[in-house]
Each structure stands twice: as structure tokens, then as C-alpha cells.
Design a protein around this ligand. Structure first.
Ligand code: NCD
Length: 307
């Protein structure tokens, strides 16, 4: 992939070479941040349009842009405070915002809506999460965290646990991990399994996929423990959600069964699926991931503007 001028809408756009070159650029960005401010994107403006709540992703993109010397215009609450309330369409919003900004970052509860806006935008658009479909840049930083910690991705066993049906993060992780020789172990409550389409795609790539329901066994098998929260906002009612809430909990006691070299990743926010007693375990990488997110997004922005 060439990156320059491209929309970043789906994890499926990335190939192995593109991923590795992005990780190398992210490593460079770590060095740049250590030295201080950069002016690589001086004069460029990023617009962040969030139709769904966010703490990390919006701040991460904005920090990345600011650290590269660019500037940010931001609406964290498009639903309440944008012309959306006056029934402006996504199509017109894309056209309008792209007359002002050089790049648009957008999150929306409806799958496919970021692509809709992108069709009408005159500048590149980055998907910061569209419903339960995709969250490509979170998966980029997750894979970067794996790559950084192990020095490779090939040969690892990746365990995914949680709301595999609705976690856009884990969907995008699968889509990117399929370019590496990894084994997948899946663990989810009954009814929240990974979609057949995604599992079939992994099979097409000749990757090993196993479902394991015994928690101790699951934890003991994996090099990477990728955890997701039960995605409350995707359930039709509180009652439906409650059926699944609290089903799986990774705690210090369970971590005794995990490999010494394993890592635990989670996009955050967490509810109760990882106990705070895991936070001091050196294998817990979810706060390190937040830092990595800025480096990865800096790398992505640099590549979109400069190639
Ligand atoms: C994730 C998201 O929004 O999909 N959070 C994030 O971007 N860091 C995960 C989640 O909300 O569970």
C-alpha cells in the first residue's frame, strides 16, 4: 500500500509490508518524541469528528498531530453540537469539513458510515471506529505492541477473549494478523463468538483457529492475551447485556497459569474483565499500548501526508 493521500477505512487495506514499514516508522516516532517537538506536519490541520464517546482514540490522534507540528480542530460530540442536529447528511458533512481540514478522523456508531463520509471528502479520512465493524488504527497499535514486545509476530499464539462478536478491535486485529504465521485461540461467552466470515477468512489463509472455553487452559496456551470488554452499547437492552456482563475475568490468580513471556493487551476502557490486581504484572501492556498509539498514529499521519 502506498499510504500517501489514502483513506484509512479498513484493516483489510494493510498488507504485511505496509504493516512492517509502519511499525518501523512508529519506532522512529518514539525517537522524535524523546527529542521533543517535530515540524513534519507544520501548517496541516486535522479535524476530529466523534459521533460516539472516546477518551484515548481522539486524544491519541490529536496528540499525534500536535507532536508532528500540525494543528487540530475537534468536535467530541457531533451528535449534540454539530449540524447533525439540523439533519445535515454525512455526505455534506464530509464535503464541508474537507474544505477546511487536510485530514479527517471520524468515529460513528453505524458500520460503513466513515466510508460514506469519505466518498464525499476531498481529503483523506481515517476510521476511528465504525459501530461493531472496524477500528483499524487500534489494531495497528495492538500489533505494534506485539511486534515491539516480541520483536516479531510470526510464530506467536494469539488468544482472543471477550465479546468477539461485537469488538471492532478484535475484528480488525484478525484482519491484520492474518498476514503473519500466528495461531488463534478464541474464547467467548456462548452467543458472542467471532463471526463465521472472519473465522473462514483465517482458514482461507491456512491459519490454525481453535475455540477453547476452559479459562486456565486458554490462558496457558497463548503468547498474546487480547481481551475485550462486553460491548454494552451494542446490545438491545440492559437485560441482554447483563446476561454476559462479568462472564470472564482475568485476575492475578488466573495469570499464574499464563506463560512468563506472555503479554496482556486491551484497547481500554475496561469494565471488570481485567482486575486491577493484574496492573502491576509486567505482562500487562494495556497502558503501554496507549503510549504506542500516539507513535503509531504519528507514523500513519506522516505516511498519509508524505508517503
Ligand atoms: C475501543 C473502541 O472504542 O472500540 N476503545 C478504544 O478505541 N480504545 C474498545 C472498546 O470500547 O471496548
Amino acid at each position: 500500500m502506498k499510504f500517501k493521500g489514502e483513506n484509512i477505512l479498513s484493516a483489510g487495506q494493510f498488507d504485511r509490508a505496509g504493516l512492517i514499514s509502519l511499525f518501523k516508522e512508529a519506532s522512529n516516532m518514539e525517537k522524535i518524541v524523546k527529542k521533543g517537538q517535530s515540524d513534519i506536519l507544520k501548517g496541516k490541520v486535522m479535524a476530529t469528528l466523534f459521533f460516539e464517546p472516546s477518551t484515548r482514540t481522539r486524544f491519541s490522534f490529536e496528540t499525534a498531530m500536535l507532536r508532528l507540528g500540525g494543528r487540530v480542530i475537534s468536535n467530541a460530540d457531533m451528535v449534540q453540537t454539530s449540524s447533525f442536529t439540523k439533519l445535515e447528511t454525512l455526505e455534506d458533512t464530509g464535503k464541508v469539513v474537507s474544505q477546511m481540514a487536510d485530514v479527517i478522523v471520524m468515529r460513528h456508531p453505524v458500520a460503513g458510515s466513515v466510508s460514506t463520509l469519505a466518498k464525499f471528502s476531498d481529503v483523506p479520512v481515517i476510521n476511528a471506529g465504525d459501530g461493531s465493524a472496524e477500528h483499524p488504527t487500534q489494531a495497528l497499535l495492538d500489533l505494534y505492541t506485539i511486534w515491539k514486545n516480541f520483536g516479531r509476530i510470526d510464530g506467536l499464539t494469539v488468544g482472543m477473549i471477550g465479546d468477539l462478536k461485537n469488538s471492532r478491535v478484535q475484528h480488525s486485529q484478525c484482519e491484520m494478523l492474518k498476514h503473519f504465521k500466528v495461531k488463534f485461540v478464541l474464547c467467548s461467552p456462548k452467543g458472542l463468538e467471532m463471526s463465521k466470515e472472519i473465522v473462514e477468512e483465517l482458514h482461507r489463509k491456512k491459519l490454525d483457529v481453535q475455540a477453547v472455553n476452559d479459562l486456565k487452559k486458554f490462558v496457558g496456551m497463548v503468547d498474546v492475551l487480547s481481551v475485550s470488554r462486553i460491548q454494552k452499547e451494542r446490545f438491545v437492552s440492559e437485560r441482554e447485556y447483563k446476561k454476559f456482563a462479568g462472564t470472564f475475568v482475568i485476575n492475578a490468580q488466573l495469570m499464574k497459569f499464563a506463560k512468563k513471556s506472555a503479554i496482556v493487551i486491551h484497547p481500554l476502557p475496561r469494565v471488570d474483565e481485567i482486575s486491577v490486581d493484574v496492573d502491576d504484572d509486567p505482562r500487562a501492556k494495556y497502558f503501554e499500548q496507549v503510549k504506542n498509539g500516539v507513535f503509531v498514529r504519528m507514523a500513519l499521519l506522516k505516511k498519509i501526508f508524505k508517503g
